[in-house]
Write a protein that binds this ligand. Structure first.
Ligand SMILES: O=C(O)CCC(=O)C(=O)O
Length: 355
């Protein structure tokens, strides 16, 4: 007699498809995060992250610029996260890129599946969770990751995507470059130190579009668990639906950005370069049961071949020994993107001392 086996559970190709499947109403256990994944302590005061006025950072008035650089240094030291206003990227362009990413996620699973990435450095990767092949608990999130620089890539569909992404990435790269120049100066380095030492001419810029559909049990799920970013500086926008939380003084703070601002955060490679003077910061994305949330994060990193260690000027006296070992950015990226997201565990690999 033939033995029948129950069919194995299908691995969802996207949380969008799962959320939209008929009769779907409760969260599969593989999406259930432990109740206190990172210590659920919320900030009770209404703390707000610092704001940097980009027009003053690039001002020809020396006093205005140096005051803003001081504010930038303080924001990096105290928070690692800040809002950027008056950055000059048109509101219409920010809306267009969010709409274009939204249209990409509306393509059929087959069309999106064409870009299912196998290797973490594939220039275009569509997928679900963070790294579904190794994640033990799946994140309530689909993503599209596209390398924008030093080589520009784009999916073929939706048709308008290419031109919108090309223009948006170019403008955002200029903003990131100026902020990194200011960060360099705020560390007491030459303004072009980061640019030249890390070969930003060939620096990596990635467009990471995150799609978080409404979740039937948002209190059990997580869009993205606590992590820091691998690069130097990430600039993020969202479709005005909240969900980003930042860790500050050991507590989670809900981020409610000024409309049309960028949310900026420093990444692990600023922590390494600054020898821990500025720390990359843990952040995460929570989900809700009402609205689709789309965010677009743009991490900016060194050139893939750049070997990054603490800036020599910051470790030259014996009271400031190098706290991190130098490592090629490409290797760090492969390590971070190829593992499960786990706080700042990747940074611990290049840390010289056990903390
Ligand atoms: O969706 C968000 O607000 C956070 C996204 C994020 O942290 C990331 O893409 O690394």
């Amino acid at each position: 007699m033939a033995v029948t086996h129950p069919s194995p559970p299908q691995k969802p190709t996207s949380v969008k498809a799962l959320a939209e499947s008929p009769g779907f109403s409760s969260l599969p256990s593989v999406y259930t995060f432990p109740k206190h994944p990172n210590g659920e302590v919320f900030s009770d005061t209404k703390e707000s992250i610092p704001t940097i006025d980009f027009s003053l950072l690039t001002s020809s008035n020396i006093d205005e610029r140096s005051k803003t650089i001081q504010e930038l240094g303080k924001a990096c030291k105290d928070w690692g996260f800040f809002m950027v206003i008056n950055h000059g990227v048109p509101e219409s362009m920010m809306k267009a890129i969010i709409d274009a990413c939204g249209e990409f996620f509306e393509l059929t699973e087959g069309e999106k599946g064409e870009y299912e990435g196998k290797y973490v450095l594939d220039p275009i990767r569509f997928g679900t969770s963070f790294n579904a092949s190794v994640d033990k608990i799946l994140c309530w999130r689909d993503y599209l990751k596209i390398f924008q620089h030093p080589e520009f890539h784009s999916p073929r569909r939706p048709p308008a995507f290419r031109e919108i992404a090309r223009e948006y990435s170019k403008r955002v790269r200029q903003v990131a470059k100026e902020i990194l120049r200011g960060i360099s100066e705020s560390l007491g380095l030459e303004d072009n130190y980061i640019d030249e030492t890390l070969d930003l001419q060939n620096g990596l810029q990635v467009l990471v579009a995150n799609f978080y559909p409404p979740c039937p049990q948002p209190e059990l799920a997580m869009g993205l668990p606590a992590h820091s970013d691998h690069g130097l500086l990430t600039l993020l926008i969202q479709n005005q639906i909240g969900g980003l939380q930042v860790q500050h003084n050991g507590k989670w703070v809900n981020i409610d950005p000024i409309p049309n601002s960028f949310l900026a955060n420093i990444g692990d490679h600023i922590e390494i370069l600054s020898n821990g003077k500025y720390n990359s910061v843990l952040h995460r994305a929570v989900v809700n049961n009402r609205d689709v949330r789309i965010s677009i994060a743009m991490p900016h990193g060194p050139a893939l071949d750049a070997v990054v260690g603490p800036a020599s000027k910051l470790v030259e006296d014996e009271r400031n020994p190098p706290e991190y070992r130098a490592m090629k950015y490409k290797e760090y990226l492969e390590l971070q993107q190829g593992s499960m997201l786990n706080g700042k565990s990747c940074l611990d690999i290049v840390r010289n001392k056990v903390i």
